[in-house]
Design a binder for this molecule. Structure first.
Ligand code: AHG
Ligand code: MN
Ligand code: MN
Ligand code: MN
Length: 335
């Protein structure tokens, strides 16, 4: 059998960011240190996800979280991994996790200058049926570079210095941006390294896929109904394909790769939408914007929203710039 030659000069995630760090005047290396700990969390979660059925990590933990959701066993493991690895990176002082009601403070002797908001396991409802799931994180820094405290937790997306997601899909991939392009690293399980496979990912200007949970159609505003109807009406132009995984990371990675739009609008049941601003919408908006796309709450860019609560939710319309423009125009017309 012909084995792929082991590429002797493949670029690993850390060597890529070390090179990036060298270009930044008086860089301390702390961000690279932080990314190294996130990388370890991703590798460990990837291994746990792929063996969950064997090591009895399917099913629920028996607890309910601040979101009112049933917490899965893998949610708990992923959350503890992120918290412990971020603490031991000596680069973080406060964290916000989907799974923790209040801000997590790092002990004084291990504090660093970053705040990290993360969704340790995204798409938990898809764990037991082996459909793709993910992890999402955003790294924030205060403008004055001082150590953030609990009262600094409510930073807007304009304070993000890096954000990424890990997709535990048919392969495990980390997609990450520090503001200078968006880059994809595939986990090679035979050597346990994330290898650069997609340099400078760019989202097409327009796609032909719309991604939304149509089960809520009866709960949408008229503008959303009109937009989705248009995508299925040949008299309005070329119809789109419908794709919805129900894991934000999977739906958004496909949107970046193929183009199109991901929508989670307000519903009568969730008037501010379901997705959480700090650790789902902001990181994804930062990444997609750096890939040449856009992300709006229907009125303003997601990155401009000033949070008032660490678990606040927001409607989100994200993806190819022309597709997002189209629905925002319909929403504005209806107001
Ligand atoms: P999480 O599993 O971290 O709570 O996130 C689930 C989210 C997101 O992954 C996905 O886009 C959305 O829930 C799907 O919601 P619906 O099932 O309401 O469509
Ligand atoms: Mn959840
Ligand atoms: Mn999530
Ligand atoms: Mn989650």
């Amino acid at each position: 059998t012909s084995h792929q030659p082991l590429d002797a000069d493949s670029i690993t995630l850390i060597s890529f960011f070390l090179e990036h760090q060298k270009k930044i005047p008086n860089a301390t290396g702390e961000l690279t240190q932080l990314l190294t700990s996130i990388q370890t969390a991703a590798k460990t979660i990837s291994s746990a996800v792929r063996r969950a059925g064997i090591i009895k990590l399917f099913g629920t933990s028996g607890t309910t979280n601040v979101q009112g959701e049933e917490v899965k066993k893998l949610d708990v493991l992923a959350n503890e991994l992120f918290i412990n690895l971020l603490k031991s990176s000596y680069t973080v002082s406060i964290m916000v996790s989907e799974e923790n009601e209040t801000v997590i403070e790092v002990d004084k002797e291990r504090q660093g200058k970053y705040m990290v908001a993360f969704d340790p396991l995204d798409g938990s409802s898809n764990i037991d049926c082996l459909v793709s799931i993910g992890s999402i994180f955003a790294i924030f820094k205060k403008p004055d570079n001082s150590v953030p405290t609990v009262k600094d937790a409510l930073m807007s997306g304009r304070n993000v210095v890096a954000a990424g997601y890990v997709l535990y899909g048919s392969a495990t991939m980390m997609v990450i941006s520090t503001g200078d392009g968006v880059h994809g690293f595939m986990l090679d399980p035979t050597i346990g390294e994330f290898i650069l496979t997609e340099h400078n990912l760019k989202i097409p200007k327009r796609g032909n896929i719309y991604s939304i949970n149509e089960g809520y159609t009866h709960q949408w505003d008229e503008a959303i109904k009109e937009y989705v109807q248009n995508k299925k009406d040949p008299s309005k132009g070329k119809t789109y394909n419908a794709r919805y995984v129900g894991s934000m990371v999977a739906d958004i990675h496909r949107t970046i790769k193929y183009g199109g739009i991901f929508l989670y609008p307000a519903t009568t049941a969730s008037p501010k939408g379901k997705l959480r601003l700090l650790y789902e919408c902001v990181p994804m908006a930062y990444i997609v914007s750096n890939a040449g796309g856009s992300a709006s709450n229907g009125k303003i860019p997601i990155l401009d929203i000033q949070p008032t609560n660490i678990h606040e939710r927001t409607p989100i319309f994200l993806g190819s710039i022309e597709d997002v423009e189209e629905i925002v125009d319909i929403i504005k017309k209806q107001c």
